[in-house]
Design a protein around this ligand. Sequence first.
Ligand SMILES: N[C@@H](CCC(=O)N[C@@H](CS)C(=O)NCC(=O)O)C(=O)O
Length: 211
Amino acid sequence: MKLYQNEISSATSRVRIALALKGMTAEALPVTILGEEAESRQAGYRSINPQGLVPALLTDSGVLITQSLAIIEYLEEIQPEPPLLPETAESRALARSIALAVAAEIHALLPPRIGLHLRAAFQADADAIAAWSRHWVGEGMAAVEKMIAGRREGIFAVGDRPGIADIFLFPQAISARRMGFDLAQWPHIAEIIVRLEAIPAFQDNAPALRR
Ligand SMILES: N[C@@H](CCC(=O)N[C@@H](CS)C(=O)NCC(=O)O)C(=O)O
């Protein structure tokens, strides 16, 4: 398998954590994602992934799978152990809803293409774009904290094993902390992140800092 990826990317981090938890490897194919000239915006990469996003997984049979949740569920199907989804249908739904609350409602409003468009179409400067990002992270993480607090069973986001909800939560919480948010304001999330940071699959695959 090959993984189109970028080391600073939160969405890539999710897939790398899942691979590591499952003891799987994928050859890394780096794609730059920052700025107007980024490879992710060029025709070459768009002919591979029409969305121009990382991660994208090229399977051994040559099929390209895009979207981190779809990639991770594919890994789960081809390598069920250790499971990243909980045992019951309700818990699996809860885990997916936390994963999507992060991916679809928080992270989707933050990537480089969003900032580029805010600047080009609405003349937003760096401070305005930072305020935009802080707004969606603050609001979104507060909601995720309530989701977890309301239904939490076990020591991780859903249950006693690190799984798909933790895999989506971790990079987003690390990014929030780097933006200056104090995770202590979300006590369930903060407690889970401390646990996850002690697990090499998470710690070693956190999104890299922007240089
Ligand atoms: N929903 C997608 C998000 C993918 C995504 O936004 N990736 C970012 C990096 S974290 C990217 O490729 N950004 C390129 C850009 O914004 O131009 C997923 O879960 O895979």
